[in-house]
Write a protein that binds this ligand. Structure first.
Ligand SMILES: [Zn+2]
Ligand SMILES: [Zn+2]
Length: 239
């Protein structure tokens, strides 16, 4: 029996290096920005949301720099710039009393407050949620476990810490919990052994030993723990 598209997609992502939710989310974000820049630039609602967010957050703005994205990006950001300049209009210090000393700067800070979330962040959040839910679901949380997926997941690099937390929040069944934890432990232990070997071979006494597959483990550990580059967490609102 052919597996459902969603399950097949998860299995294929498990067979690649890195967190499968990062892999699938990254792929979807690529498709989303391609489609936006080629097809949706003149969509009124989208443009209003992008304008109100002053474009995109730093993370998603970097996704606009892509082949053939030039014209769409120029059109979107020309509009954003016009509105940023409008926000500067009438900006003045407004000296006067000590109490109102900073009122001009504060008014400008307020005008520069984004009135909408980055549309990339919103789409990424929905995408990640959908993939985490699907993974946990087919690992037996809501339906019978799909053995092909469980096997592929067991051999995979398992999840980055952020997607692991998301998955654990969804878990309702002990067997699904065990599957997730076992795969995570196996992946982290494999990685830890490779790192130890990499560090050992960097010792001057062993530098004559040829570096094996552990040679790039210092890069893989970063991606496997922190998640794929460009797919970070929530916006930091602590500033
Ligand atoms: Zn991830
Ligand atoms: Zn964003």
């Amino acid at each position: 029996m052919a597996l459902k598209g969603e399950v097949q997609e998860l299995i294929e992502a498990c067979e690649q290096a890195g967190c499968p939710v990062c892999t699938l989310t990254g792929r979807e974000m690529d498709r989303y920005f391609d489609h936006m820049l080629y097809m949706r630039v003149n969509e009124i609602e989208l443009r209003a949301d992008v304008r109100a967010a002053w474009g995109f957050c730093n993370r998603h703005a970097s996704m606009l720099i892509r082949p053939a994205g030039a014209l769409g990006t120029a059109i979107i950001y020309e509009d954003v710039l016009k509105n940023l300049l409008r926000a500067l209009d009438g900006a003045q210090w407004e000296g006067g009393s000590r109490l109102r000393r900073r009122s001009g700067a504060e008014a400008l800070v307020a005008r520069l407050e984004p009135a909408h979330e980055c549309v990339g962040c919103a789409h990424q959040r929905e995408t990640e949620r959908a993939y985490v839910r699907a993974l946990v679901k087919y690992l037996g949380n809501e339906v019978d476990v799909v053995p092909e997926l469980a096997a592929a997941y067991g051999r995979s690099d398992a999840l980055c810490w952020r997607h692991l937390r998301m998955a654990l929040r969804r878990v309702r069944k002990p067997a699904t919990f065990e599957l997730l934890v076992a795969a995570q432990r196996a992946a982290w232990e494999r990685l830890g052994a490779e790192l130890a070997e990499f560090i050992r071979k960097n010792d001057y006494r062993f530098t004559h030993e040829k570096m094996g597959p552990e040679g790039d483990s210092w890069q893989r550990v970063v991606r496997q723990v922190a998640g794929a580059s460009g797919l970070g967490g929530e916006e930091d609102r602590s500033l």
